[in-house]
Design a protein around this ligand. Structure first.
Ligand code: MN
Length: 544
């Protein structure tokens, strides 16, 4: 094992590093103490395809990651003794890294977070002493690995040139499992992706030659990656053969689908036929290629209505039990106690159909991406009518925003909410904090509201607004969301939120709930998505 065992060649003295975590996975200010999980020290194993494939076993201790390269990978098999070559301590920042180290840089190759959790020294022993003496017994609580492991240094305390060689083994305890092979568990616990999939489409690069806080870099053009493949129309049509339930094969995934004949939405005046769950699934498959560019890479809050649009729904934030292994997930390291830790990321047509089968159709993606959850890529304006707001007054408010944004030279696009309101989505470079986008939108909307004070209320409580509209800038916050483009709303006829052109505001037939699951696919074929060209635009907001 040589250079391929490592991804950084920096000094092991990492304690002096500023603790700032550039991944932005926590809202703590820069310089805050290193994150330490409540239950113990961080444990991570990364699967690293460098010159040679190996697994990097990393144990948090004293603010750094003690690291060993394990060519054959860790195993639960108590009969296996795996070579583990001790390598330099790695910075804590590296624990969450999943992506590509550019060829030619130290450790060049692809990396996934293969397993993670916590570890603790066995039975109150002192890990520093044990490591110094060359025999560490420790307990692991991770997603794949668990139970008591032992690291034993070969050849006593000495280091016979090169890097210290250790053996890694699993004790014969309740968690031991004969024949357990890490290669049979190839998926990332962060994203559900394999090394091959990450290599083909990485979110992040890691530059070994930079300080840890600056080493991770979002892949250029990542948020503007090429479109998603539409679902083949024959695959869509095959849903008709499934009947009320069964399996539906879509883009290589076999999905179990249920209660397809159940009515989820009553009909409405212009289309009295009720809308079934089967139609909802079909719709998600039909619009997947249009919708996924707004959802991929983002945690999603899903509003589920298993008893139909007329009944009360509930929020599904955590990935539910029984979700398929292939579903992409994102773990929120910054979650406080009682907050959701593991979110779904909807990044494929099968994932969208999986959600529809849970009646999770009102999809609220975060405005930030999973790699930088505290840095939004959209600023949002929510033009929310009150009971007294007429349609004309509502359109006036949207047009005033259009005029202001044009005046400022800011690109933005309107969309219907699918209910009564309209929203304006503004792409922004991934550099602002939520406070910055919120304050920017607040200033803009307050200036606009001041020109029509008879139409707008700034009261927080709906009852205090005297029926007036609200220009809601408060959605510009982490884990605050608006409904995704093309997402279905819980209302008769299954209306959807639809991006429109500014000029369509002048269409006398425009209403916010004009398009439904039955009419939206045809519009997309004819008109397309006017908002799509703004996705991923690294727009700088002018100061107001
Ligand atoms: Mn490595």
């Amino acid at each position: 094992m040589a250079a391929d065992t490592d991804s950084t060649d920096r000094s092991p003295r990492l304690r002096g590093y500023d603790a700032k975590r550039d991944f932005g996975r926590t809202p703590e200010p820069a310089g805050a103490p290193q994150e330490r999980s409540e239950d113990g020290l961080r444990f991570v194993v990364q699967r690293h395809r460098a010159t040679r494939l190996h697994y990097d076993l990393r144990l948090e201790l004293d603010g750094t990651l003690r690291s060993w390269a394990v060519p054959k990978g860790p195993t639960l098999d108590p009969d296996a003794r795996r070579l583990a070559v001790q390598v330099e301590d790695h910075p804590m920042e590296y624990a969450d890294f999943e992506g590509v180290i550019p060829a030619g840089e130290y450790g060049g190759g692809d990396v996934i977070v293969w397993d993670r959790g916590t570890w603790s020294p066995a039975d109150g022993t002192d890990a520093r002493t044990q490591l110094a003496e060359g025999s560490l017994h420790f307990d692991v609580h991770a997603e794949k690995l668990r139970g008591r492991f032992v690291l034993v240094r070969k050849g006593g305390r000495g280091d016979s040139g090169g890097k210290p060689q250790w053996l890694l083994l699993h004790k014969r305890d309740d968690d031991a499992e004969a024949g357990w092979d890490p290669e049979e568990h190839p998926h990332s616990v962060l994203s559900g992706r394999t090394n091959e999939e990450v290599a083909a489409d990485p979110d992040l690069l890691w530059h070994s030659d930079r300080p840890a806080s600056e080493a991770a870099e979002a892949t250029p053009g990542r948020t503007r990656r090429a479109g998603f493949a539409p679902v083949d129309e024959h695959e869509v049509a095959a849903l008709d053969d499934v009947g009320a339930g069964g399996t539906w094969e879509l883009q290589g995934r076999v999905l179990k689908v249920t209660n397809l004949d159940k009515v989820l939405f009553p009909g409405r005046g212009d289309d009295p036929e009720p809308v079934t769950k089967g139609e909802l699934l079909r719709y998600h498959a039909e619009v997947a290629a249009w919708m996924l560019p707004y959802l991929h890479d983002r945690p999603v809050n899903m509003h589920r209505y298993p008893n139909g649009a007329g009944a009360k729904g509930f929020w599904q934030k955590a990935v539910p039990a029984g979700a398929p292994d292939w579903l992409s997930r994102w773990r929120n390291d910054a979650a406080d106690e009682g907050e959701t830790e593991c979110y779904a990321v909807l990044d494929s047509a099968p994932a969208l159909v999986w959600a529809a089968n849970l009646a999770a159709f009102e999809l609220h993606p975060w405005t930030s991406t999973a790699d930088h959850p505290d840095r939004p890529t959209w600023a949002l304006i929510d033009v929310d009518p009150g009971p007294e707001t007429t349609h004309e007054e509502l359109l006036l408010l949207v047009r005033l925003h259009r005029t202001a944004l044009e005046h400022l030279g800011v690109e933005a696009g309107p969309k219907t909410s699918g209910r009564r309101g309209f929203q304006i989505w503004i792409p922004v470079e991934q550099r602002y904090t939520f406070t910055e986008t919120r304050e920017w939108v607040e200033k803009l909307s307050k200036a606009i509201g001041a020109t029509v004070p008879e139409l707008v209320s700034w009261k927080w409580q709906k009852d205090d607004r005297q029926g007036l509209a609200r220009l809601d800038y408060t959605q510009n916050a982490i884990n605050k969301t608006l409904v995704a483009p093309f997402s279905v709303r819980p209302a008769p006829g299954a209306p959807v939120s639809m991006p429109i052109t500014w000029d369509e505001l002048d269409d006398p037939t425009l209403t916010s709930d004009r398009w439904t699951v039955r009419t939206a696919p045809e519009r997309l074929v004819e008109v397309g998505d006017p908002l799509a060209e703004l996705i991923g635009q690294p727009q700088v907001l002018p100061s107001l």
